[in-house]
Design a protein around this ligand. Structure first.
Ligand code: RRO
Length: 294
């Protein structure tokens, strides 16, 4: 299947943030059947991230405030430049403004298949969602990165806005080749014994099964209002979950929280194929089927 002009062996990709910094892990994820890899978000210089605790495990998902830890683009290039992956590598990048995004994008252009702009991290001052909640900023950063590189540029959006469709349209107008929806929902957790917030950063991003209905609603609304392909992400754990996103119009899906079990890629992509055989459909025929049926 081809999306953004890139060939994917299946539509089930690793989402940004989960396992994606070392070349060794990228090779394992490739072996475990993923259709493609989105890396942890990479910035212009090395960044340690927030102090512990950075993760809270909940019955229904995970709350994280990692704080954009990453080795910086120059070190990261060393990690990926001789990898020879057989599946597409999409590098997630973040910056504080257009200039920083353009610098990082240019450095990575020859070493990956596409870029995913992180305009959506819910707990990073000056980065992520503090840029991605403003449609004019989303338009400008997308446009500037697009004029800097020739590879596809995908924009990852936050659900923490009054109208995600407006932001998606701004990204499309800026020339985005695709939209990824959604990043995590801003939340917090409290310890009543310690009488304080559990995360050192107080706020964190909620992911996992509990956010699936929110993600699905965002994907459904975006797909009805933009023409570029959409990648659905948020709580996908089974083939049935993935098919819901595809029927709402997603061309690809990403697995984040559920990728703690690497068997998930094969389980979901084989489950999708089984469903298609049973119904005698192609993937293209079911993509957006719900949207078309209404
Ligand atoms: O590193 C993080 O804390 C983080 C990022 Br960059 C993001 O985009 N979303 C998230 O939930 N956590």
């Amino acid at each position: 299947m081809r999306v953004f002009g890139i060939e994917f062996r299946n539509p089930v990709l690793l989402a940004s943030g989960v396992l994606g910094i070392s070349g060794y892990l990228f090779k394992r994820i490739e072996k475990m059947g993923a259709g493609g890899i989105v890396t942890k978000s990479i910035g212009i210089s090395p960044r340690k991230g927030y102090e512990n605790p950075t993760i809270v495990e909940l019955d229904y998902g995970i709350l994280n405030a990692m704080g954009l830890p990453n080795p910086g683009v120059d070190h990261f290039l060393e990690e990926i430049k001789d990898l020879n992956l057989s599946i597409p590598l999409i590098v997630s990048i973040f910056g504080k403004d257009s200039e920083e995004f353009m610098k990082i994008a240019k450095k990575l252009e020859n070493y990956c298949d596409a870029l995913e702009l992180n305009l959506s991290c819910p707990h990073a001052e000056n980065y992520g969602m503090s840029l991605g909640q403003d449609k004019n900023i989303v338009y400008k950063i997308t446009k500037d990165v697009k004029k800097t590189v020739e590879i596809p540029v995908i924009v990852k959006l936050t659900p923490n806005v009054d109208d995600i469709v407006k932001i998606a349209i701004a990204a499309e107008r800026g020339g985005a080749d695709g939209i990824t929806a959604i990043n995590t929902l801003k939340g917090m957790a409290v310890s009543i014994e310690m009488e304080k917030p559990i995360l050192k950063n107080i706020y964190g991003g909620l992911s996992g099964r509990c956010i699936k209905p929110v993600a699905l609603r965002c994907v459904y609304d975006i797909c009805r209002n933009v023409k570029v392909p959409v990648i659905g992400v948020g709580g996908i754990t089974s083939a049935e979950d993935a098919l819901e996103f595809i029927m709402c119009g997603a061309s690809l899906v990403e697995i984040g929280t559920a990728a703690r079990d690497l068997n998930v890629f094969r389980r979901i992509s084989e489950g999708i194929e089984k469903f298609l055989r049973k119904k005698n459909y192609t993937l293209e025929e079911i993509t957006g089927k719900i949207t078309k049926n209404i």
